[in-house]
Design a protein around this ligand. Structure first.
Ligand SMILES: [Zn+2]
Ligand SMILES: [Zn+2]
Length: 315
């Protein structure tokens, strides 16, 4: 067993990033949660409709809806008094997750295997099927992963909440998942898994080696092995040896392209969850020098694509 190869201070800094993302990851990085938000964006509001649409079992659906209500993502409103019946609406905080789903759609479209059906998501501005793009909100230029500089603000690290325990319920495995909406196949496998996300975030900070992943995340060895294998199988990471002959994991081009979803989740977390502290990560758009805020646009008309002007299809 080799020792970790990164400095303890770097591991602490990356761990702080994970802690700052954890509230968002815990709130939304769950396969059922994302499936429910998508069904609601498509206009489904009632319990039976959501159950039919997603295939979630009754008790699990009740639990998820309660959790979404507690998180402020969903609000429950009566639509009948006799007998009392409720329907579920996305709050502004919940509808804002549309941007995260659109960035997942962008990634799916880039990496969809030939023959897979196209989604029915439409940009209502131009009436065309939506192909989401990612631009810089400050200067409007299209932005690729390598156009963004990641900066760790060490000063900000002092204002972070207490380091939280990493022990939490693991999400369901792919073998338990009957639901796979066309629009979000592979990305639900990735973003529905909290451990997978933490490993992915570490990879964006150039963590490569097994023991370094362990040091930064605190994930147990068997779960880490399982998740690394899954990320390699789905083509997000590639296993290779580094210059020193040590085994490591690198983001593939397909893996790097997930940056759009990562920045969308960061933006959502900054808007809705981080009132008392800022993320210790600063993103800078290299070309214009401004702090990077993502803007999702339509490749066809180049106008903004958001929850107000995107048709997610009907349930
Ligand atoms: Zn810019
Ligand atoms: Zn358009």
């Amino acid at each position: 067993m080799t020792r970790p190869s990164i400095a303890p201070s770097d591991a602490l800094a990356i761990n702080a990033v994970l802690v700052s993302s954890r509230q968002a990851v815990d709130a939304i990085c769950d396969r059922w949660t994302l499936a429910l938000v998508l069904a609601m964006l498509q206009g489904e509001r009632r319990f039976n409709g959501l159950m039919g649409r997603t295939g979630i079992a009754t008790r699990l659906l009740s639990a998820r809806l309660r959790a979404l209500e507690a998180a402020g993502i969903v609000v429950r409103m009566p639509y009948s008094m006799h007998p009392l019946r409720h329907e579920y609406h996305l709050t502004n905080m919940g509808s804002d997750l549309a941007d995260v789903l659109l960035q997942m759609l962008r990634w799916e479209q880039n990496w969809r295997s030939a023959g897979e059906a196209a989604s029915r998501v439409v940009h209502l501005n131009c009436g065309e099927p939506l192909h989401p793009e990612l631009r810089c909100a400050a200067c409007g230029a299209p932005v690729g992963a390598r156009d963004i500089e990641l900066k760790l603000s060490r000063a900000q690290l002092q204002h972070m909440p207490e380091k939280q325990s990493v022990h939490r319920r693991s999400t369901v495995t792919s073998r338990d998942r009957p639901f796979s909406p066309q629009m979000l196949g592979a990305s639900l496998d990735i973003f529905g898994d909290k451990w997978g996300i933490e490993i992915l975030l570490c990879a964006f900070f150039r963590i490569r080696r097994f023991n370094d992943f362990r040091l930064c995340t605190g994930i147990s060895a068997n779960i880490l092995t399982d998740r690394l294998e899954r990320l390699v199988a789905s083509g997000i990471l590639a296993a290779n040896n580094d210059a020193a002959g040590q085994a490591g994991y690198w983001l593939t081009t397909k893996g790097v392209d997930i940056y759009g979803v990562v920045v969308a989740v960061e933006k959502w977390a900054d808007t809705w969850l981080r009132s008392r502290y800022r993320s210790p990560v600063r993103l800078i758009h290299r070309a214009c020098g401004h702090e990077f805020r993502s803007l999702t646009t339509c490749a066809n008309c180049e106008k903004a694509a958001d929850r107000s002007n995107v048709g997610f299809g009907t349930p």
